[in-house]
Design a protein around this ligand. Sequence first.
Ligand SMILES: Nc1ncnc2c1ncn2[C@@H]1O[C@H](COP(=O)(O)OP(=O)(O)OP(=O)(O)O)[C@@H](O)[C@H]1O
Ligand SMILES: [Mg+2]
Length: 330
Amino acid sequence: MASVLDVRDLTVRFDTADGEVCAVDGLDFSLEAHETLAVVGESGAGKSQIFLAILGLLTRNGRASGTAAFGDHDLIGLDRAALDDIRGRDISIVFQDPMTSMNPSLTIARQMTEVLERHQGMGRIQARAHAIGMLEQVGIADAPARFDTYPYELSGGMRQRVIIAMALLCNPRILIADEPTTSLDVTLQAQILALFHDLKQAFGSAVVVITHDLGVVATLAQRVMVMYAGYAVEISPVDDLFDTPQHPYTRALLNAMPRVDREQSTLVPITGQPPNLERLPPGCPFHPRCPQAFERCRIERPPLETRGVRSKACFLDWTAAPVATGQAVP
Ligand SMILES: Nc1ncnc2c1ncn2[C@@H]1O[C@H](COP(=O)(O)OP(=O)(O)OP(=O)(O)O)[C@@H](O)[C@H]1O
Ligand SMILES: [Mg+2]
């Protein structure tokens, strides 16, 4: 399959009062056309900064190096105007809190038609019709009536639908959803996930979904990238990841995940402290929390090695069967 995005040696650093912090370190991954890639890992693992860097949206104290090939462009270091063109037209991003992606003082109509006028060169009337059609497509009942309202007049679930409609307006090749359902209640989460699923079929965009929720991963993604302290520790097709997790951190995440097919009492929280990026240990960043760490892990950082469709950054041997650390993964 052809990659729509190919990221090599992506590094993101921030200047802070206490010195430099490396949020993403030498990351390699690609996104295939039409696939859904889930990015998982604990808070602070670097998930959001990967995509903010690629879209030129880092805060002022941040900077990125490496390459992110998108068509003929390298998005890292592309000038502002060119990135502004690509963002919203070819690559869209949806954030956890819909209000951060909306202008509270403009109507939904204005915000949506502006995108179409700017990126697609549509006239007023055509843009209105197209935008209303998109609202209908994301399941907004009575879309023409909702169109001329302000964001605060909508419920949280409806706002999230509007944001998704806005993200899809220009039929992007890549849709990035950063914790798209975290702020919603469980019923709405399920509805928005079902919507993503349907829209993916309809639009055929490649989707990146950043999430803490392995349930989201299981229902939506074909592949998973597991992040730890700015590194990708495992990249695998979703079924393989659940069946035979290769990295001890992936196993720990799975063991900590509530599952319908398992007693609540078998949940095993991940032990130890989440990593402090300002003071990462030498060797593998996960070694202080790893039940299987050995001498080499404390000295050398394991590179990401690939075998077939899977990659892992761990010195342990590849395992073909579920490993019985904590609970076996059924
Ligand atoms: N503006 C900033 N200034 C300094 N450091 C930052 C800044 N933004 C992010 N970082 C650093 O980058 C790390 C990764 O941040 P990132 O937002 O990618 O985490 P995340 O994996 O998306 O977490 P979450 O699940 O909580 O959203 C943070 O832990 C923090 O150390
Ligand atoms: Mg984040």
